[in-house]
Ligand binder design. Structure first.
Ligand code: NAD
Length: 487
């Protein structure tokens, strides 16, 4: 269990059934939330005044649902995963599959050092190959200049580590491209690296006789990789009348499809990023940087491929029957792996500014950016498994649309209690859609109007203008509030 999380288990049965207030209380059991932190969860995630300090031309604050995925156990440690996301079913799917994996398997993680790449573009060098050689010879001085820019980073054990140089043939002729490799420790590192790259301009121009143009971090952070691996017994998927072996075979076929087809790989990876982005946004990280890095890495072979790999362990009792579930239970565990660039930070950017991002990092309880990256990789892998499991069983829409039904009800004009009532009715009927929600609301409104007419007839006179009207009821027979836009 996770020491950082008071040794508490992230296995919180029934968390989803609690009310919002009760969830905040439960969370406070897991990690002590101050009154201020609770205030930010309940009332004001980010004040307009603080937002005004963060970006330009602020006119307000944009909210997103902030949830917590439960049940995650990564390398024997329990984590609650904070997620900021507008898409329903992502948090529930992650929590459910994390539970299956903790009960029937395990997740392990690892990562490289947090090395970011700063790119320096040199154009017009009279002899590009000689320029390359001169830069490499000046390695020590280059690292010295770079490290002078960030004594704090040096103090915490980071700093510029190496320089690499290529001569790139481009449509505008050869260019000398230097890569400054910087250990950015607990920072995402873009600002740190950009500052160093800019500071090297004059020195590199003098050295090469060329002109330094772009000096900026690369988002293909392939020296800063996080890895996660999970194994899970097929029996984990023996749910709802499904055969776990067949589910695993389905998952392997789904993976083979993604491996063979970029159209599918894009959606496969979108599922991975559902989990990673939600965690990145919640913790105030630059999710565009993570997205850019992930997709560029997915295309590193020259073809766009899945970020995850899925296979079966060879240790099943009848592994020789692989791929043919009709030959009996194969038993080999399902193995999932992910390797993904992870330019994440615990300091810098919005991580230490946004009040809810600070709460999110406290909930997560990680102590280094490397650990955050490893957890993010594990979350992406679990999210991918959750999506494939749904796709090869009931189909993604059943679970997704049931949870999405509330959004549909709101879009159709439901408000207050009517949201839950319209959503439940649509789920019960198995007809979740904007049109159906509108019909239910119209029906409720007509029923309410009939009630008013009956009342007026009984009273035998027009009621005073300000008399309260009865609430309309949907077909459920209960009494929701009148919809905001029901006609
Ligand atoms: P930053 O400059 O705010 O913080 C990093 C600095 O914190 C380091 O340079 C160091 O001086 C200091 N520091 C203190 N303790 C540290 C520790 N333990 N480990 C590491 N550094 C420590 O932020 P950053 O991480 O350099 O840059 C992140 C920001 O840059 C994000 O907001 C991102 O959106 C933005 N950005 C991104 C891109 C891109 O991805 N292409 C480009 C430009 C800017």
């Amino acid at each position: 269990m996770n020491e950082q999380n008071n040794g508490r288990s992230s296995r919180l049965p029934g968390f989803y059934k609690l009310g919002l207030e009760e969830r905040i209380e439960k969370l406070s059991d897991f990690i002590e939330l101050t009154r201020e932190e609770q205030y930010h969860l309940r009332h004001e995630a980010l004040s307009p005044a603080l937002a005004d300090q963060m970006v330009e031309n602020v006119v307000g604050v944009f909210g997103l649902p902030f949830g917590v995925a439960v049940n995650f156990q990564i390398q024997e440690r329990d984590y609650l995963i904070p997620m900021a996301i507008e898409e329903s079913s992502v948090v529930a799917a992650a929590s459910h599959v994390a539970k299956l994996v903790r009960e029937h398997g395990r997740i392990t993680v690892s990562s490289t050092d947090p090395i970011m790449i700063g790119q320096i573009q040199i154009v017009g060098a009279p002899d590009p190959q000689a320029a390359r050689a001169r830069i490499l010879q000046a390695r020590e001085r280059i690292l010295e200049i770079a490290n002078e820019q960030d004594p704090v980073l040096k103090e915490v054990g980071g700093g510029a580590r190496d320089i690499e140089v290529r001569v790139l043939q481009t449509v505008r002729g050869p260019m000398v491209i230097a890569h400054l490799l910087v250990d950015v420790r607990n920072a995402m590192g873009a600002n740190a690296v950009n500052t160093m790259a800019e500071a090297l301009s004059l020195f590199l121009e003098g050295l090469t006789g060329g002109k330094v143009l772009l000096r900026i971090v690369s988002n293909l952070a392939d020296r800063r990789l996080a890895r996660a691996r999970l194994e899970v017994s097929p029996s984990a998927f023996d749910e709802h009348g499904w055969n776990g072996e067949e589910v695993v075979e389905g998952i392997l076929n789904a993976y083979a499809f993604a491996l063979a087809d970029p159209y599918r790989a894009a959606t496969h990876n979108k599922g991975v990023m559902n989990g990673i982005d939600a965690l990145m946004i919640a913790t105030g990280n630059d999710w565009r940087a993570i997205e850019a890095g992930a997709h560029a890495y997915a295309a590193r072979s020259g073809r766009y491929e899945p970020l995850t790999k899925w296979s079966r362990a060879e240790d099943g009792p009848s592994a020789s029957a692989q791929g043919r579930p009709e030959h009996g239970r194969m038993g080999g565990k399902l193995i999932g792996e992910i390797e993904v660039p992870m330019a994440v930070g615990l300091i810098g950017g919005a991580t230490k500014v946004h009040p809810v991002a600070k709460v999110a990092l406290k909930i997560l309880g990680v102590t280094s950016a490397q650990e955050l990256g490893e957890v993010a990789a594990a979350v992406g892998l679990v999210q991918n498994l959750a999506a494939m499991r749904s796709l090869v069983t009931e189909g993604i829409q059943k679970g997704h649309m049931s949870l999405h039904a509330r959004n549909v009800a709101v879009s159709a004009g439901a408000a207050g209690e009517a949201v839950g009532q319209v959503a439940s009715q649509m789920v019960r009927e198995g007809r979740i859609g904007f049109d159906r929600a509108k019909q239910i609301l119209r029906h409720a409104l007509r029923a309410a109007e009939r009630e008013v007419q009956k009342l007026e007839t009984r009273l035998g006179e027009e009621p005073p203008k300000d008399a309260p009207k009865p609430k309309p009821a949907p077909e459920t027979g209960s009494e929701p509030k009148p919809p905001a836009e029901s006609s």
